[in-house]
Design a binder for this molecule. Structure first.
Ligand code: SF4
Length: 433
């Protein structure tokens, strides 16, 4: 029996599946597991050091860029134990050469079991067709310590989080899934997902987030899960992430999804510039955005767009166009200011490295930041990006950001439009990659 310590640093405000899923697999294989979720647990460096020293294997969950950067800090604290450390998850590959531990990606639950069994890790991502075991949440803090769901009346509810699939059937060029999954999609098994929902309802959840990269990659499974959950747990509400292309392709499902309890959908709009949408291989155009805003509004689902406002291809007029779109479509309250300052991340294995090299946009690779530093051909855009990011950090409003952008880009500020007097459903944690 191997003693395994699993550490999560950040999972977008959710009780981390990055710990619960491998805990189930490791325990089923007879290993002894302990876990920390440092996003919500306050653990002193001494306590972390003692527990890490007791473990034979230390897994640091890195499901996204922010978690990977925080994971580096933890690994540095435990540097003397780097031979026991393994980073696992979507962003783990970029940590491989830091000398802080090994790294595994793809479907990592069974790879962690193999490591705990004493096998060597695979250097390339591993994918299996196994459905998942029901995640074991017994080692994690209660749902009360995680992001809540706010309903349309502004009332807070405990929220749970499940994933019906792994990977994604698409290959958007800016997406961290593309270098790892390359269009592969794996299903976690309907019975597994429903049992995970049941256990979180027993913990008090009144809302469930389907955290799949895209819930409608497997539309039949998605609808089956909603029907079964709505029947078992009447009154339960749901949210999911769904790309624009799928919202159009499966427009006919939206009415039933709303009736089954889906109250909001997060969708990666990214830009209002068709040229950039094509470079990112998003599968939608700017004109599709109005269509999906309309179709979701018609059935009473709030659509929460996410944006990629600063890329080397985003011209001043495109940024101003994005601000105008947000304001004229009544999306200001659905757009956390931090979204308006996001800068394209370019991991070492990104398909965008070569095109950016060709346009002379790359400066140097930042090993600790886990991204290429890049420059915009229009210097004003780089200056504006850092200004908007710090304005957002200071809690600036949309109107202040708009004012700053117009001033920086020499545009005439347009009058502020009145914001809709609505409370729209959402989670208490902003969306971050
Ligand atoms: S659809 Fe979403 S999850 Fe899939 S590759 Fe594109 S950005 Fe990534």
């Amino acid at each position: 029996m191997t003693r395994v310590l699993l550490i999560s640093t950040y999972e977008q405000g959710h009780q981390p599946l990055g710990v619960a899923a491998p805990t189930a697999a490791l325990m089923a294989a007879g290993h002894d597991v302990a876990a920390f979720d440092l996003a919500v647990e306050s653990v002193s460096p001494e306590r972390l050091g003692v527990d890490a020293a007791d473990a034979d294997l230390i897994g640091i969950s890195t499901p996204m860029h922010t978690a990977a950067r925080l994971g580096i800090r933890i690994a540095r604290q435990l540097e003397a134990m780097s031979d026991k450390i393994v980073f696992y998850g979507l962003a783990a590959n970029s940590l491989r050469d830091l000398g802080l531990g090994r790294a595994i990606s793809g479907d990592t639950d069974l790879q962690l079991v193999a490591l705990a069994n004493g096998d060597e890790p695979q250097l390339t991502p591993v994918f299996d067709r196994e459905k998942r075991l029901v995640p074991d949440r017994s080692l994690l803090p209660p749902l009360e310590q995680y992001a809540r769901y706010m309903d349309a009346s502004g009332v807070a509810h405990l929220a749970g989080h499940v994933e019906a699939t792994r990977g994604c059937a698409h290959r958007c060029t800016h997406c961290p899934l593309t270098p790892i999954y390359a269009g592969r999609l794996r299903l976690n098994g309907a019975d597994t997902v429903l049992a995970d929902i049941d256990q979180q309802v027993a913990m008090g959840a009144e809302h469930i987030t389907f955290g799949d990269p895209d819930f409608l990659n497997a539309p039949d499974l998605a609808v089956d899960l909603l029907r079964a959950s709505a029947e078992s747990h009447p009154g339960m509400t749901f949210d999911a992430t769904i790309k624009v292309e799928h919202l159009i392709e499966h427009e006919g499902l939206l009415e039933e999804m709303s009736a089954l309890g889906v109250t909001f959908i997060t969708s990666a709009f990214e830009s209002v510039d068709d040229r950039l949408l094509e470079i990112l291989d998003k599968g939608h155009t700017a004109s599709d955005l109005d269509r999906v805003l309309h179709s979701t509004q018609e059935v009473g689902i709030a659509l929460r767009p996410t944006w990629l406002p600063f890329t080397p291809w985003t011209a001043a007029k495109d940024y101003l166009g994005l601000l105008q779109f947000v304001e004229t479509r009544g999306l200001v309250d659905l757009t956390p200011p931090v979204q308006l300052g996001l800068r394209l991340l370019v991991p070492a294995d990104s398909p965008l490295v070569e095109p950016m090299r060709e346009m002379n946009a790359l400066i140097s690779y930042d090993a600790d930041g886990l991204t290429w530093n890049w420059r915009h051909p229009d210097e004003r855009m780089d200056a504006l990006q850092s200004q908007v990011a710090s304005l957002a950090e200071r809690g600036a409003s949309f109107a202040e950001i708009k004012q700053a952008a117009c001033l920086a880009l020499g545009a005439e500020p347009w009058p502020n439009l009145p914001a809709p007097h609505l409370h729209r459903p959402g989670l208490t944690e902003d969306w971050f990659c």
